[in-house]
Design a protein around this ligand. Structure first.
Ligand SMILES: Nc1ncnc2c1ncn2[C@@H]1O[C@H](COP(=O)(O)OP(=O)(O)OP(=O)(O)O)[C@@H](O)[C@H]1O
Ligand SMILES: [Mg+2]
Length: 309
């Protein structure tokens, strides 16, 4: 059995609201798998069905080959979860939080204290080990929450937006930890809104939108399949775009995010020349760069800051 997670035709309804509509994917042993999607797409709900706190309305989730709905405890003992919102005892210290969590996983002394010490060091929490959690900054609370999910050396680590609110240096450190865990054989399933994070860490991603999986592949393969390899970004209103786009070429793929327009081409320099020519001499500032996973995300989800997004 090489798949650690198998999500098969899973649906979740809350009353009449369909939060997850028929999602299928598998996570191979030792992989780092990313579940991506706009706010409200159904990522957290899908994770909750995988770690057994929410029952699917239809379909089946197997983890380590075990049906989660039938035997949630057998699954839970072998996985670690960092929830989207930290669940910490605010009056306790990081050391106390780790120890309480370790006892829940049936760790006993002296192994428990040894593991707590290791994680305090691994996550750079030494200076705060005896400080009440309520006095820690958001970033240190997040580090502690991730450390807690590792207390029992899980075979499968589930991270729901692990790096939201972390500073860039700490994000890099955490990515290093995830890579090290993978090298030791841990399977990682994460959600993130940072496409650079998904591109760096994940060997496969699924993008979900309104409860449906709309693409499933390696980040590089998704980019190559969906968009041309080079992108230019220009500041431009929809009216301006309508005025000059005919001259740029209707076949050029465009994605709009507010007043930012992204154009995709095999040769960005040639496209820039066409844009300048279409504008009749005004040389608008632009950014040329390789196409990335964020472009694919925007192209396939069409995210907008509106109620129906
Ligand atoms: N317990 C619940 N009762 C009713 N609706 C719910 C419940 N939990 C989630 N939902 C709804 O299901 C949908 C998916 O929510 P979910 O938390 O899975 O999204 P998400 O992809 O994790 O979003 P985000 O990126 O904002 O964390 C949302 O419309 C949400 O309001
Ligand atoms: Mg969520």
């Amino acid at each position: 059995m090489t798949d650690v997670v198998a999500v098969e035709g899973v649906e979740k309804r809350f009353g009449n609201w369909v939060a997850v509509a028929c999602v299928d994917f598998t996570v191979a042993r030792g992989a780092c798998f990313g579940l991506l999607g706009p706010n409200g797409a159904g990522k957290t709900t899908t994770l909750r069905m995988i770690y057994g706190v929410t029952r699917p309305s239809a379909g089946r989730v197997r983890v380590f080959g075990i049906d989660v709905a039938a035997s949630p405890r057998a699954v839970c003992a072998r996985l670690g979860v960092t929830l989207q919102e930290n669940v910490l005892i605010e009056t306790g210290t990081p050391r106390e939080n780790l120890a309480v969590h370790g006892r829940y996983y049936l760790l006993r002394e002296p192994a428990l204290s040894r593991r707590v010490d290791e994680l305090i060091e691994l996550f750079g929490l030494q200076s705060y080990a005896a400080t009440p959690v309520k006095a820690l900054s958001g970033g240190f609370k997040r580090r502690l929450a991730v450390a807690m999910s590792l207390i029992a050396r899980p075979e499968l680590l589930i991270l729901d937006e692990p790096t939201t609110g972390l500073d860039p240096a700490v994000r890099h450190e955490l990515w290093g930890r995830v890579r090290a865990l993978r090298a030791e054989g841990t399977t990682v399933l994460l959600t993130t809104h940072y496409m650079d994070e998904a591109e760096r860490l994940c060997d496969r991603v699924v993008i979900v939108n309104r409860g449906r999986a709309i693409c499933d592949d390696a980040p590089r393969a998704l980019i190559a399949a969906r968009l041309a390899p080079e992108a230019i970004e220009i500041e431009c209103t929809p009216d301006e775009e309508a005025r000059w786009f005919g001259a740029v070429g209707a076949a050029v793929r465009r994605v709009r995010a507010g007043n930012r327009l992204m154009l995709y081409a095999a040769d960005a320099a040639a496209l820039v020349e066409r844009v300048h020519a279409a504008e009749g001499g005004t040389r608008r500032a632009f950014v040329a760069r390789p196409t990335n996973l964020e472009d694919v995300f925007l192209a396939v989800t069409g995210t907008r800051l509106s109620e129906d997004a």
